[in-house]
Ligand binder design. Structure first.
Ligand SMILES: Nc1nc2c(ncn2[C@@H]2O[C@H](COP(=O)(O)OP(=O)(O)OP(=O)(O)O)[C@@H](O)[C@H]2O)c(=O)[nH]1
Ligand SMILES: [Mg+2]
Length: 252
């Protein structure tokens, strides 16, 4: 198995998955791929199985019984990647919003000493060209809100295009994460900050998906707002009489 594994959560990505995996496997990095499919009604799981049969050394599939959320899909992928001995664990969307051409830069950034590299829309050279105004506003608002309340240093705190060094995932209290959906990305970044890991951002151009449908629902947006408020409360310290630990004291 490769020492860099890409975790690809999928829900109804049949029209994207095959060409995305082919492009990832063709990169010089010699990547492996772990697809985490939640019983997609469109048959994405069967496509993933075919890809795994074709390249069993490089493609694995985790099948879950139903749509259990993006956050828990990442956790399932991380567990398998760590078990397989991966040194770098990448995550990306399976809809080509995150282009495989940026993967080598994310890996290089970790090899240069960063613990987490984020494919970022909000640093010089990054952006969201061609995305509808509503999508850009949603992303910008989510980031401003998370920054204001959580004091995160990364400019793109909601990005799902990331490369974690193994030690980060081993060192974080992943069992404490309560977000099961999209807000997982902010919650894990908050833990990364609390533990004092080094974060870098690599500029990417985020592209709007061309095939398939977005899964972000209004409910996910409310859950994300709630997550940021919950973490902000935690950042301020334990409630009187509570025995909760203040995460910030562990900074190194
Ligand atoms: N396994 C699993 N994957 C999911 C789930 N929800 C979303 N995904 C996948 O997570 C990735 C991101 O979801 P998208 O719907 O593309 O969300 P987004 O990229 O933030 O939104 P758009 O830009 O509108 O596409 C995609 O690869 C989805 O197929 C889920 O509940 N389980
Ligand atoms: Mg997407």
């Amino acid at each position: 198995m490769s020492d860099s594994l890409v975790v690809l959560p999928t829900y109804n990505e049949r029209d994207n998955l095959r060409s995305l995996v082919d492009q990832l496997l063709a990169l010089p990095a010699g990547l492996g791929v772990i697809v985490v499919d939640d019983a997609s009604p469109d048959g994405t799981g069967a496509v993933a199985d075919r890809l795994a049969r074709r390249q069993p050394q490089r493609v694995s599939v985790i099948h879950r019984p139903g749509k259990l959320g993006l956050g828990t899909a990442y956790l399932a992928g991380f567990a398998l990647a760590l078990e397989r001995g991966a040194q770098r664990i990448l995550t990306m969307d399976a809809d080509f919003s995150h282009q495989p051409r940026y993967v080598p830069q994310l890996i290089r950034s970790c090899d240069d000493g960063h613990d987490l590299a984020i494919g970022s829309r909000y640093v010089d050279g990054g952006g969201m060209p061609g995305c509808p105004r509503r999508r850009r506003l949603l992303s910008a608002a989510a980031n401003v809100f998370a920054h204001l309340l959580l004091d995160l240093s990364a400019r793109d705190a909601t990005a799902g295009f990331r490369c974690y060094r193994r030690e980060v995932l081993e060192g974080l209290p992943l069992h404490e994460i309560r977000s099961d959906g999209y807000s997982f990305l902010v919650e894990i970044l908050f833990l990364v900050k609390c533990q004092g890991f080094r974060v870098a951002e690599v500029p990417i151009l985020f592209e709007d998906r061309k095939r398939g449908k977005s899964k972000i629902s209004r409910q996910e947006i409310w859950k994300a707002i709630w997550t940021v408020l919950r973490l902000a409360r935690r950042r301020l310290g334990p409630l009187p009489g509570s025995s909760a630990r203040r995460p910030g004291v562990e900074e190194r």
